[in-house]
Ligand binder design. Structure first.
Ligand SMILES: Nc1ncnc2c1ncn2[C@@H]1O[C@H](COP(=O)(O)OP(=O)(O)OP(=O)(O)O)[C@@H](O)[C@H]1O
Ligand SMILES: [Mg+2]
Length: 373
């Protein structure tokens, strides 16, 4: 029995990866140029998978070395220094004894370096931070990658969930060091909190103002998904009706995580050929699973925010200040404006040239069903 050819959850690669051909090409050019970029997209949109695929492809051609650093769950400067040091040490140099000697030789502050090994024998490094000047140490650790720039090989450093740097109060210190790395090191600032990242990079009073290229990733288009899903089915000896794929894409709007989730669940219950009734069955399974989260999200909204979401859905995101709808939902235009601003700030709603829309297509579908009931 072949195993399920779809996957949803963490990072995906190889044959699980659909399209993103243009994005891959563009991001690789920017990496090789040493350009700093800002990449934001909603949660579960495929940011990490895309960046890692680009980096691995470049690594194969021996043109980059890269470091991937996640800022989520860091709570102090010391923690940043140590975790970042560990990420640098592990990816830039090997074997272990060489790493230690090398770092001792380049770090002026000469703190002790601790090494411990996990159950698989992989080393973990940390600095024993004592009385030394923490700002100086921070700066020195940030400058470590400079010592690895050689033979035209670019270093690419990815800061995932970068908006967290604000909580650590490191924004301006980080900027002042990184700006000296110019095109020798490409920094990729990544995250899912669009409104926070926008403020960081578009507000004149913030240290990172206009210091990066904005790289927006979009949904994967319907044709690519269709081809992908049909061929994954065919490869595993099953069939799927084209109308079923259309139904999936109408709900998920090409949002990567959900599209894979639907394809996965439908494949699981398909004997020979997936038809519309199997789609309905999978839809029930998925909604049943996601419902609790949606309820919590909905409960956390104010009554004006709830009304605003309903107006966005009913008006397809256009002319949301329509008098008729303001009257229908008993909301003043000023209150709608405030609610809309809050929904944008909380990354529940987003805006494009056509109007407002909910970031999460399944949450939107769930709300529509609720309103009908
Ligand atoms: N190019 C792609 N082709 C097919 N599926 C994809 C693609 N990119 C992402 N996915 C789907 O989305 C899921 C999440 O991908 P990934 O972890 O890369 O997203 P992310 O934006 O980094 O998420 P998070 O916000 O949780 O960090 C994957 O498990 C997969 O199901
Ligand atoms: Mg990610």
């Amino acid at each position: 029995m072949p195993s399920n050819p779809f996957y949803y959850g963490g990072i995906i690669e190889d044959e699980y990866f659909c399209n993103r051909v243009e994005e891959l090409k563009d991001i690789k050019i920017d990496m090789l140029a040493g350009l700093n970029t800002l990449i934001y997209a909603p949660r579960r949109f495929g940011k990490t998978s895309l960046i890692l695929k680009a980096l691995k492809e470049l690594e194969k051609t021996d043109s980059v070395k890269y470091v991937f650093f996640d800022l989520m769950y860091l709570s102090t400067v010391e923690e940043f220094i140590n975790k970042y040091f560990n990420a640098l040490a592990k990816t830039l140099e090997e074997p272990t004894d060489k790493i230690i000697n090398f770092f001792k030789s380049i770090l002026k502050i000469r703190p002790n370096i601790n090494v411990s090994f996990d159950e698989n024998g992989n080393p973990n490094f940390s600095l024993v931070l004592g009385g030394e000047d923490i700002d100086k140490t921070f700066e020195e650790v940030l400058n470590i990658p400079l010592s690895f720039v050689k033979n035209g090989k670019k270093i690419v450093i990815v800061f995932d969930e970068f908006q967290e740097i604000t909580n650590l109060k490191l924004e301006s210190k980080l900027r002042s060091v990184l700006q000296l790395h110019s095109n020798k090191i490409a920094y990729i600032f990544m995250g899912s909190k669009k409104s926070l990242l926008h403020q960081m990079f578009l507000d004149k009073n913030r240290p990172f103002y206009k210091s990066v290229k904005h790289f927006k990733i979009k949904e994967i288009n319907a044709n690519s998904w269709k081809e992908f899903i049909l061929s994954r089915y065919a490869n595993t000896g099953k069939k799927i009706d084209g109308t079923v794929v259309d139904k999936i894409l109408t709900i998920t709007k090409g949002f990567p995580y959900y599209t894979q989730q639907f394809a996965y669940e439908i494949w699981n219950i398909t004997q020979n050929e997936a038809n519309v009734s199997l789609f309905e069955k999978a839809l029930k399974i998925i909604m049943g699973r996601e419902e609790d989260l949606f309820l919590v999200e909905y409960d956390n909204l104010t009554s004006n925010q709830k009304k605003t979401l309903k107006i966005i859905i009913e008006k397809n995101g256009q002319n949301v200040y329509d008098e008729q709808y303001l009257a229908k939902y008993k909301i003043k235009s000023g209150s709608l404006q405030i609610a809309l601003k809050n929904l944008l700030e909380r990354d529940i709603v987003d805006k494009n040239s056509e109007g407002y829309y909910l970031q999460d297509p399944l949450f939107e579908y769930w709300l529509k069903q609720m309103s009908k009931a």
